[in-house]
Design a protein around this ligand. Structure first.
Ligand code: HEM
Ligand code: HEM
Length: 174
């Protein structure tokens, strides 16, 4: 078995994964819930986790700059290495973009953003409910694009593990 990701990189990966895998179904469930305390709780939880995710991803990327990924096995075709890099880059981009779009849209909509019921974040823009609804509509789509990429990413990880058996999954396994 070759080199693995560092324990810190693996901790970042699996914490991010657990949070994002909570966020997508939670986000989708929100608009289906009846208005009331449970829906409010869901919104607060969704926003709070999103607000924690953003600095987590920033910290992860800063760490990544000084700790490059272990080199991929030379047996892996160049197009696959490029595909993996492209998907990882797009995942990072959407992980940064989606919380910001959520914050932006929620600000415009005029809803508060309390972080785990402890403190509130300031709105990014002045209230304009119509604009807020439009931004949150796009937030849903960027969220679903992220989910689609994640599905492809998980498919690739399983393909490496079960079919190619090349140890790629073990590089990141906790
Ligand atoms: C929300 C879910 C997830 C996100 C956002 C995510 C994101 C990422 C990112 C950005 C990388 C690139 C790391 C780097 O080189 O900087 C990565 C690597 C990796 N991920 Fe995920 N991941 C998720 C879930 C999963 C799951 C469920 C699995 C396993 C079934 C998995 C397996 C892997 C593996 C094996 C690598 C290392 C690939 C390599 O060796 O270069 N990921 N992931
Ligand atoms: C990585 C972080 C995030 C992900 C993956 C994510 C994902 C999603 C998804 C998939 C939806 C469902 C959209 C739909 O039903 O069409 C949603 C809804 C929503 N998100 Fe996020 N979200 C994130 C962060 C945030 C943040 C930080 C905020 C606010 C501060 C936020 C505010 C909202 C709101 C208000 C809705 C409901 C929109 C509606 O009811 O139409 N999200 N999110």
């Amino acid at each position: 078995m070759g080199e693995r990701y560092t324990p810190v990189a693996r901790a970042f990966h699996w914490t991010t994964a657990a949070l994002v895998l909570t966020m997508v179904p939670l986000g989708l469930a929100l608009s289906e819930l009846r208005q009331g305390r449970i829906q409010d709780f869901g919104y607060d939880l969704h926003r709070s986790i999103g607000v924690v995710l953003f600095p987590l991803v920033v910290a992860r990327l800063l760490y990544r700059l000084s700790h490059p990924a272990p080199p991929l096995p030379a047996t892996m075709p160049a197009w696959q290495q490029r595909a993996a890099m492209t998907v990882h880059g797009a995942l990072y981009l959407l992980l940064l973009l989606n919380p910001l779009v959520g914050w932006w849209g929620t600000s415009a909509y005029g809803a508060p953003i309390t972080v785990f019921w402890l403190f509130a974040l300031p709105p990014l823009v002045a209230k304009n409910q119509g604009l807020g609804e439009a931004i949150l509509y796009w937030h849903g789509w960027t969220g679903l694009s992220l989910a689609t990429l994640i599905a492809a990413h998980i498919g690739a990880a399983l393909q490496h593990h079960l079919i190619q058996r090349d140890g790629i999954l073990r590089r990141m396994w906790p």
